[in-house]
Design a protein around this ligand. Structure first.
Ligand code: FES
Length: 109
């Protein structure tokens, strides 16, 4: 998805996939994590929220998610997480085609 220099510690970026869905990729003190990017509440991009340690807080209504597990800390819910590897200075997210349907928005009413 890109070089590690593009993602500083404490930052997160969105990565658009070929089908239009998105991942959020986080750098937490040099450890990299990836989740789906659309908040399950009303679909805001999590990368437009605030990353504090391992917790991303949605910028729209403040739901919080642990980027390591995908667990929602606000309500009983979760987001998908993906394995991230760093090889030769590149950040690589492991995603298989069946995952695509899970990355499309599916919001709460
Ligand atoms: S859209 Fe994320 S908390 Fe409401």
């Amino acid at each position: 998805m890109g070089g590690i220099e593009d993602l500083r510690p404490g930052a997160c970026i969105s990565v658009e996939l070929p089908d239009g869905s998105e991942l959020a990729v986080y750098n937490v003190n040099g450890e990299y994590y990836a989740t789906e990017n659309f908040c399950p509440h009303r679909g805001a991009r999590l990368t437009e929220g605030a990353l504090c340690g391992h917790v991303i807080e949605c910028g729209l209504h403040g739901w919080q998610f642990d980027v390591r597990s995908g667990e929602c800390l606000t309500v009983p819910d979760r987001i998908r997480t993906y394995r991230v590897r760093v090889e030769e200075g590149l950040v690589k997210v492991e995603i298989v085609s069946q995952d695509y349907q899970d990355l499309r928005p599916d919001f709460h009413d």
